[in-house]
Write a protein that binds this ligand. Structure first.
Ligand code: GDP
Ligand code: MN
Length: 381
């Protein structure tokens, strides 16, 4: 789950007791409220669109204003924007800072190396992506050993290698190290301060904050659920969550359904191996009854990218005949236009396959065979 900048800043402020120097801010939902906030602050402010995408600066979603009147005007313009197709409903009004230099600090969950990786760069700001593509060597990376953690002495090493001014290294390192503590505490998989700036008066200030929480960790952070931005999530993923189905939307066009996460993963691999691209990961879970099968297909059929569906069921507690009945019921109600391939094994799979004879469902005995057929069908074959 991605957090809005103001949520991330609020969270870190309270958790770290002001260890990260975020400039003061208020959140506003109307140009009038922006005017009032700017007036209260009594100095130049920056108005920042709160949307869950990067590149707000380049999209015109971040504007400087020298007076409350100007703040109101700029806010009017920002509320009109759509940034990467998202409407702007809230803005952050924050004290403007005189920037001398922009730096980048980030920590991400690094799946390849199975650890958190810390990243630092003395050339931060809105062009960090281009820099990463053009001169990746300028971004210093360090894989954090979980038993060692990321104490300030390690963070200092990284900060020196990144070329931060020596007199600022102790304070930047302590921020860096506390970012790591926060990630562990909140089960975050990304935490980024870009830019972290040196001000013209040689202070450090954290202007932006991006934070993503691992959804699987949310069970331990019920308080964060109120931060979820319903409007900006994938609607199908939301529907699945409400129906208690484990569903992750992907970019391909073969809808994949199975019972049990391991089997679904395997099925995705089989589809990939057959040259196809999964449109989703969808796990029916154990004991899948007709309603669950129905809800799952309802979700898949709403996804415009799905060209074929491959259902792979291993019957344990789940019974093949239950699944088959569910499928036929769905077929009668939803009349799906995309072809559906189904492979079943285990408990009552013979009965299940029997029920599916003489229906439009395409049955397969083996997983590879089913995957191959589903991929061909997704390509119109
Ligand atoms: P992003 O584009 O979504 O990452 O938004 P950021 O919060 O990182 O802001 C983008 C850019 O706006 C920063 O890199 C700064 O150059 C500029 N900016 C943000 N806050 C301030 C500020 O208080 N003063 C000044 N002068 N520039 C700012
Ligand atoms: Mn930024």
């Amino acid at each position: 789950m991605k957090l809005q900048e103001f949520h991330a800043k609020t969270l870190l402020k309270s958790f770290l007791r002001e260890k990260i120097p975020f400039p003061d801010f208020e959140v506003a939902e109307t140009p009038e409220a922006v005017f009032d906030a700017a007036k209260r602050m009594g100095k130049p402010v920056v108005i920042k669109a709160q949307v869950l995408v990067g590149g707000r600066g380049k999209a015109g979603g971040i504007r400087l204003a020298n007076s409350p009147e100007e703040a109101k005007e700029k806010a009017e313009a920002i509320f009109q924007l759509r940034i990467k197709n998202l409407p702007v409903k809230k803005v952050l009004v924050t004290e403007s800072v005189d920037i001398a230099e922009e730096y980048y600090l980030g920590i991400v969950l690094d799946r390849r190396n199975r650890c958190y990786t810390a990243m630092a760069c003395s050339e931060g700001g809105v062009d960090i992506e281009e820099l990463a593509a053009r001169s990746p060597e300028k971004i210093v990376k360090y894989s954090i050993n979980p038993t060692e953690g990321f104490p300030p002495f390690l963070a200092r090493k990284i900060c020196f290698s990144a070329g931060f001014p020596a007199f600022l290294v102790p304070s930047i390192a302590s921020i860096f190290s506390s970012l790591y503590d926060s990630m562990l505490h909140f089960d975050a998989d990304l935490l980024e301060i870009n830019p972290l700036v040196r001000t013209k008066s040689d202070r450090i200030s954290a202007l932006d904050c991006k934070m993503t929480i691992d959804d699987n960790g949310l069970i331990r952070h019920a308080e964060l659920l109120t931060y979820r931005e319903i409007a900006e999530e994938d609607l199908l993923e939301r529907e699945a969550r409400e129906k208690r189905i484990a569903y992750v939307r992907l970019e391909g066009n073969v809808g994949i359904v199975g019972n049990g996460a391991g089997l679904v993963m395997c099925t995705m691999d089989a589809v990939k191996a057959a040259g196809g691209k999964p449109a989703c990961f969808l796990d029916l879970g154990g004991g899948s009854r007709a309603e669950v099968v129905r809800s799952a297909l309802e979700i898949l059929l709403k996804d415009q990218n799905v060209r074929s569906i491959f259902i792979n069921i291993f019957g344990g507690i789940t019974r093949g005949d239950e699944v088959a009945k569910g499928l036929i019921q769905v077929y009668n109600e939803l009349a799906p236009k995309v072809p559906i391939v189904i492979r079943m094994a285990g408990t009552r799979s013979q009965e299940g396959l029997q029920i599916l004879q003489k229906t439009p469902f395409i049955t397969a005995r083996a997983m590879q065979e089913g995957a191959k057929r589903a991929v061909e069908l997704s390509e119109g074959g």
